[in-house]
Design a protein around this ligand. Structure first.
Ligand SMILES: Cc1cc2nc3c(=O)[nH]c(=O)nc-3n(C[C@H](O)[C@H](O)[C@H](O)COP(=O)(O)O)c2cc1C
Length: 195
């Protein structure tokens, strides 16, 4: 089957691309607004943008639909403060992560809604998620508007990794149990193999 993207609707393209580009890791992003309000939300349009200098990127969608065109709080906060933390999502925090994904008013602290604690960051102002085994503290490098979405690139300025998951320079992914996003469902690592 050959498909011309220009003939597909936004929702058809979203379903096709998010299904085909899977499993995707999930960045659980914490930010603070310029008024000092805490925010936490997951983003699976997420990857490593560069390893040296270390950079991560997330794509933040438009604030359409029930948001009436108001940008997502994460984008607003990063635009205003130039800082964010990417927290790793292990399988045991999937419920908490999902709870933090709803469209809450900016004054709602999703750490509280999700039932997770704040971990004071070392360099940036936004706290990380204490229960998460890895926190990447990021300073904004660039925001690139792409259509209705925004690609946010952050330079990693500090990394906090749980001791028992990082030995001899290697992450123990069986211990870490990363969760992947499929189209709308999730997966987690149960089988690691070598070629
Ligand atoms: C697993 C998961 C992955 C998500 N990935 C994205 C994403 O990559 N980009 C995006 O704009 N929204 C994504 N969302 C939706 C946002 O998390 C959601 O819009 C959230 O309310 C944004 O919060 P904020 O307004 O506090 O920034 C995802 C939701 C879930 C549950």
């Amino acid at each position: 089957m050959h498909l011309n993207p220009s003939t597909l609707s936004e929702s058809e393209l979203y379903k096709l691309m998010s299904g085909a580009v899977s499993p995707r890791p999930i960045a659980w992003v914490s930010t603070v607004s310029k008024k000092g309000l805490f925010n936490l939300a997951p983003f699976s349009f997420f990857t490593v943008a560069s390893s040296k200098p270390p950079m991560l990127c997330i794509s933040i969608g438009s604030g359409e639909g029930d948001r009436n065109g108001i940008p997502k709080d994460t984008l607003t906060n990063i635009r205003d403060t130039y800082e964010f933390v990417v927290n790793f999502v292990p399988y045991n925090l999937i419920q908490e992560m999902e709870k933090s994904s709803k469209n809450y008013d900016p004054c709602i602290d999703e750490f509280i809604v999700a039932g997770v604690n704040k971990l004071k960051s070392t360099i940036v102002n936004p706290p990380g998620v204490k229960e998460s085994p890895i926190q990447f503290e990021c300073k904004l490098e660039n925001i690139i508007p792409l259509g209705k979405d925004h690609l946010v690139i952050g330079k990693v300025v500090h990394i906090c990794v749980q001791n028992e998951s990082y030995q001899n320079g290697k992450l123990d992914l069986i211990k870490l149990q990363p969760v992947g996003r499929l189209a709308g469902n999730y997966t987690h690592i149960q089988n690691i193999f070598t070629l």
